[in-house]
Design a protein around this ligand. Structure first.
Ligand code: ADP
Ligand code: 5GP
Length: 188
């Protein structure tokens, strides 16, 4: 079995975590690649589950040690990155890696892994719906919300570089579409 990567990217709030979490429960042999970040955990988030939460200093040190396949300073002093060690362990366990990652990170992974990777862009039905979803998810403050919305415009302009685009209007439909893309890529 050749190990695969499933890259789900989208502007924050479009619903990629919801879709990725659902796919993980479908017994498709997928394992979530837990990124490292230096942002603070949100309520309900647990170290080693959603992210490996580390300090900006430790993050910088690990960049120097070449621990990351890709990394970004998404917002000032808020680093996010994919660890080589994480993906290697997933493959060693005979699983395919699934990523919930921003657009630039997703495209960097696709560039690196080419045909081994399936890159999927998740799109909210409109900018208004995206904002509503971000607000309902909370508890980001207004400044952080505006930063995320600003970044969304930039991210939308890159959607055509992905292998697939899934519009997340009806969640049920988006989940079915995403599952079909995964099954097709695995030739199942
Ligand atoms: P992302 O991971 O892209 O930032 P999330 O998966 O956290 O987005 O979704 C943002 C919010 O929108 C969450 O509160 C989630 O429950 C909600 N949501 C996701 N998909 C839908 C949908 N199709 N319809 C309505 N709400 C949704
Ligand atoms: P959040 O703070 O909402 O969890 O994530 C902020 C953004 O960082 C999201 O778009 C998320 O997908 C992205 N992100 C998460 N992990 C990684 C990663 O490993 N690398 C990169 N480049 N972005 C990531």
């Amino acid at each position: 079995m050749k190990e695969k990567l499933f890259i789900f990217s989208a502007p924050s709030g479009a619903g990629k975590s919801t879709i990725v979490q659902n796919l993980m429960n479908q017994n498709l042999g997928l394992e979530f690649s837990i990124s490292a970040t230096s942002r603070e955990p949100r309520e309900g988030e647990k170290d080693g589950r959603e992210y490996h939460f580390i300090t900006p200093e430790k993050f910088r040190r690990m960049i120097k040690e070449d621990a990351f396949i890709e990394w970004e300073e998404v917002y000032p002093d808020q680093f996010y990155g994919t660890l080589y060690s994480e993906v290697e362990l997933i493959w060693k366990r005979g699983k395919h890696a699934i990523f919930d990652i921003d657009v630039v990170g997703g495209l960097n992974l696709k560039k690196k892994y080419g045909e081994q990777a399936c890159a999927i862009f998740i799109q909210a039905p409109s900018q208004e719906v995206l904002e509503q979803r971000l607000r309902s998810r909370g508890p980001d403050d207004e400044t952080s919300l505006q930063k995320r919305l600003g970044k969304a415009m930039f991210e939308m302009s890159h959607k055509s570089r992905f292998d697939h685009i899934v519009v997340n209007d009806s969640l049920e439909q988006a989940l079915a579409e995403a599952e079909k893309i995964v099954l097709d890529f695995l030739n199942l």
